[in-house]
Each structure stands twice: as structure tokens, then as C-alpha cells.
Design a protein around this ligand. Structure first.
Ligand SMILES: Nc1ncnc2c1ncn2[C@@H]1O[C@H](COP(=O)(O)OP(=O)(O)OP(=O)(O)O)[C@@H](O)[C@H]1O
Ligand SMILES: [Mg+2]
Length: 463
């Protein structure tokens, strides 16, 4: 019962009900038009024939007198095929001619139209038919009635009327049934979506709306909802990862910090306090740096700043950062080669893009440095160009590169390779670059050149 009510209450059903009414009205209209054009017009034609006949009989009476009229009426009455009904009586009401037994009871006034039942004598039976007639009193007290058998006409009209009712009933029934069926089908699909969202709310984040594979509008809606759920799940997993990372990777420095303060207190001397405070300050700075980096990554990954995107001149940033790092690279005994095509533009966040490029050069500087005493010279290439509609910023070095098995891992938060432990860092640099690339709907690609590493920041160019 409740399920039925739900179907009747659904918007699909209401919509089909409106269509049903429109449909029934038009079917009714068409059939009514057919009825009118056949039955009603035929009846009018009959009336017209009767009227003409009355006029012509009147004319004969005037011209040929009673004898001629009587003769004509007799002749016409005898014609079976004409289906004509005639009656002619004198001033005392006695029938003088015609095929009707007597004047119908309602023919009272001076003249007029009447309808009445009359008996038809067949070869072996008697039937009652309906007749329609016009009667008029002629001068001299005579009464003339001319009519037609309209039984067939009436039956025909009845047939058309019945067709009209049946067709309407059929249209209404089929429409109603179709509406209920359609609404029920539609409701069932909406219910699956509701069920899915309910179980997701209950905590099962992996649940998805089943698709029919018909690619209709509900399938498309479900697909969109599913990909939205995918994204939410991904973001939630990311958040969980961040909080795990934070808990795990910040615990060590904080524990170290605490141990140092404790040791200084225990030693209780001025130089010890001073040393502990200095180191604590450094450690606090490092912690702040990590926090800021984590926040930047989280912000880039959430895509919050996307609505503040503006056209950014990549050529300009690359040149600026290149000039900034050139002295540092030279200090390390290396060379930085800058090669940026003019006028490269992307839509994005200038500061984040600059930070990403800086992180990549910083890595090259830190990890591609030749070991002490080697005669190899550090070579870093910084270039920007357009490839297939993308703006590509590449940072190439001639260092040891990253082992193939670690290429995917190094962009995760806090991942540092064992070989790099001697350099300062917290393993967040590449995570931010990756986050910035994603924020700009681009990607970070790391390629081993054996030896050396090329990091490519591929961004969709501004059209
Ligand atoms: N150009 C490179 N050559 C060789 N190894 C690299 C290079 N760039 C990155 N790596 C490896 O990838 C790891 C992750 O780099 P990432 O920039 O994310 O962190 P980090 O440099 O260690 O710390 P941070 O950038 O936060 O100071 C590095 O520790 C290093 O092992
Ligand atoms: Mg780094």
C-alpha cells in the first residue's frame, strides 16, 4: 500500500498524469469531431431531404389539388426503397393516404418536428424503428406528415459514440498503467541511489551506485555521483595519510627536542642552557618549515586556490629563479644553464609555481653534487618550452638519478632515499611539486637519464 502511494506521489507519475489528460483530451476531441462530421451531419441531411419533400408536396397540392397530392403520396408510400414515411388525413382525422397507421400522439401543434417509434412490417416479423418527421396542417383541415426511418442513422451514431467511450477508456487505462509502470521503474532506480547513499552515510565509503550500462540520464547521473565519491574517498585517504605522517614524522623531532631540554635542565649550567636553547630554536624553525610545507601541499591538493588563478608568465618565473640559484650552483662548483622560450603563459598561482621550480632546482643542487674530490662538474639545465599544447618546464642534472623502483615513491610525503640522508631535508619537496602540478591540471614526470635525472613539470598552456 505504501509502495503504491509512493508511486502515485512520484514526480514521474504526476508528469505522466498530465500527459494522460492531454492525450485523453486530444483523443476525445478527434473522436468527437468524427462523430459530429458523420452522425450529426447525416441527420441534418435527412432533415433537409424531409423539408424539401414537404415543400414539393405543398407545391403539388397548390397546383394539382387534392387528387394530385393524394396520388403522389400513395406512389411514394409504395416505394419500399425510399424509406419514406407518409401520412395524409382529412379534417376529421381519417387517413386518406400514406404508409403510417395513424398520426403520432405528439403531433399536436400547427406544424413541427417529431420523433417517434413506429412499426416496420417485415416479411415474417414486426420491428419497432425510430422515425423522424415533419408534420403540417394544410388549408382545408388536411394534415400532411413526411418523415424518414432514422433507425440506421441512430445505430450508426450509437456505434460511433461507443467507439468514442471505449477508445477513451482504453487510452486512460493504458496511460494510467503505463504511468504507474514507468514511475515504478524510475522510483526503483532512484531508490538504489538512495540506498547507496544511505550505506555510505553509515560508513561504507567503498559503496558505489550500480550502473545499468544504458548510458541514459540516470546512468550518467550515477556515474557522476560515483566519480564524486571516488574523489571524496581519495581526499579522505589523503587526509588520513597526512595525519598519519604528521603523527609519525613530527614525533621524532619533538621527542628529540624534549630530551634535549631535559638534559640541559639536568646539567643546570648556563652554557648548557644556551646550547640547548639555540638548538631548540633551530629545531623549532625546522618544524615550522615542515608544517608550512605540509599546509601548502594540503592546500594545493585540495585545489582551494584554483578560483584565484591568473595568467602567469612562466618565462619570467623561470628566468627569475634561475638567476636566484645561479650563484648557489656556482658556489657548489657547478653550472646552471637557463633556456626559456619567450612568452610562455599558463593560468595558475605564481607563488606556488615558483616554489615548485625552486624545489626541483634545490634537489638537483643537493643530490646531483659530485662527491668530494671527483673531477666531475655539476651541470644543471633549466628550460621551458611548449610541447603539444603544454608548457613544459624541465630541470636536468648529471647526478646519480633516482633508482627506477623509487621513482613513484619519492613524490610521497616524507620519503627520502637512504643515499640522501647526509643532506638536510624532510622529504616534502617533491610532494609539493606534485601537488602544484595536480592543482594546475598538469603532471610531474621524473625521468632517469642514467646518469642524471630530468624532472618535467607539464602544465596545460593558456590558450
Ligand atoms: N635530482 C635528484 N637526484 C637524485 N635524487 C633525488 C633528486 N631529487 C630528489 N631525489 C630523491 O628524492 C627524495 C625526495 O625529494 P624531496 O624533494 O621530496 O625531499 P627532500 O629534498 O629530501 O626534502 P625537502 O625537499 O623537503 O627539503 C630525496 O630525498 C632524494 O633522495
Ligand atoms: Mg627537495
Amino acid at each position: 500500500m505504501r509502495a503504491n502511494l509512493k508511486v502515485l506521489n512520484s514526480s514521474t507519475f504526476r508528469m505522466s498524469a498530465v500527459y494522460l489528460v492531454v492525450f485523453a483530451l486530444s483523443v476525445g476531441g478527434i473522436l468527437w469531431y468524427v462523430y459530429w462530421n458523420t452522425a450529426v451531419l447525416l441527420e441534418r441531411q435527412t432533415d433537409e431531404t424531409i423539408r424539401t419533400e414537404v415543400t414539393s408536396l405543398g407545391e403539388q397540392y397548390r397546383q394539382g389539388g387534392l387528387a394530385r397530392l393524394l396520388d403522389t403520396v400513395r406512389r411514394r408510400s409504395a416505394q419500399e426503397s425510399s424509406r419514406g414515411i407518409y401520412y395524409f388525413s382529412n379534417q376529421v382525422g381519417r387517413r386518406m393516404s400514406g404508409n403510417l397507421d395513424g398520426l403520432p400522439a405528439d403531433a399536436l401543434g400547427k406544424s413541427g418536428w417529431i420523433e417517434f417509434p413506429y412499426e416496420v412490417r417485415g416479411t415474417d416479423d414486426r420491428r419497432t424503428h425510430r422515425a423522424r418527421a415533419y408534420y403540417t396542417r394544410l388549408s382545408g383541415g388536411f394534415t400532411l406528415l413526411v418523415g424518414r426511418d432514422v433507425e440506421e442513422l441512430r445505430q450508426f451514431a450509437q456505434l460511433i459514440r461507443n467507439t468514442l467511450y471505449y477508445a477513451l477508456a482504453l487510452a486512460l487505462g493504458a496511460g494510467l498503467g503505463g504511468g504507474i509502470l514507468m514511475s515504478r521503474n524510475f522510483l526503483k532506480r532512484i531508490d538504489t541511489i538512495s540506498d547507496t547513499s544511505r550505506s555510505i552515510r553509515a560508513g561504507d565509503m567503498s559503496e558505489r551506485i550500480p550502473l545499468r550500462g544504458t548510458n541514459d540520464e540516470i546512468d550518467r547521473l550515477s556515474q557522476n555521483l560515483n566519480s564524486m565519491l571516488d574523489q571524496i574517498e581519495r581526499l579522505m585517504a589523503g587526509m588520513r595519510e597526512v595525519s598519519d605522517n604528521v603523527a609519525h614524522d613530527l614525533k621524532t623531532p619533538l621527542t628529540r627536542l624534549r630530551a634535549r631540554v631535559e638534559a640541559a635542565l639536568r646539567e643546570n649550567s648556563k652554557p648548557a642552557f644556551k646550547a640547548a636553547l639555540t638548538e631548540t630554536l633551530e629545531e623549532a624553525d625546522e618544524l615550522l618549515r615542515i608544517f608550512n610545507a605540509l599546509l601548502s601541499i594540503a592546500r594545493a591538493e585540495a585545489g582551494q586556490t584554483r578560483d584565484q588563478f591568473a595568467p602567469v608568465d612562466v618565462t619570467e618565473i623561470v628566468n627569475e629563479i634561475g638567476e636566484l640559484y645561479e650563484p648557489l650552483v656556482e658556489d657548489a662548483g657547478g653550472a646552471l644553464e637557463i633556456d626559456a622560450v619567450d612568452g610562455l603563459q599558463v593560468s595558475g598561482d605564481r607563488q606556488l609555481l615558483a616554489q615548485a621550480i625552486a624545489n626541483l632546482i634545490d634537489n638537483a643542487l643537493k643530490y646531483a653534487k659530485p662527491p668530494e674530490g671527483s673531477d666531475k662538474k655539476l651541470q644543471i639545465g633549466l628550460s621551458a618550452t611548449t610541447i603539444q599544447g603544454n608548457t613544459v618546464i624541465s630541470i636536468t642534472d648529471n647526478g646519480p638519478g633516482i633508482p627506477a623502483r623509487d621513482l613513484n615513491r619519492v613524490t610521497e610525503r616524507f620519503v627520502r632515499l637512504d643515499t640522501s640522508r647526509s643532506e638536510p631535508g624532510s622529504g616534502l619537496g617533491l610532494s609539493l611539486v606534485q601537488g602544484v602540478a595536480q592543482l594546475h591540471e598538469g603532471e610531474l614526470s621524473l625521468i632517469n637519464r642514467n646518469p642524471g635525472l630530468t624532472a618535467k613539470l607539464i602544465l596545460p598552456a593558456l590558450a
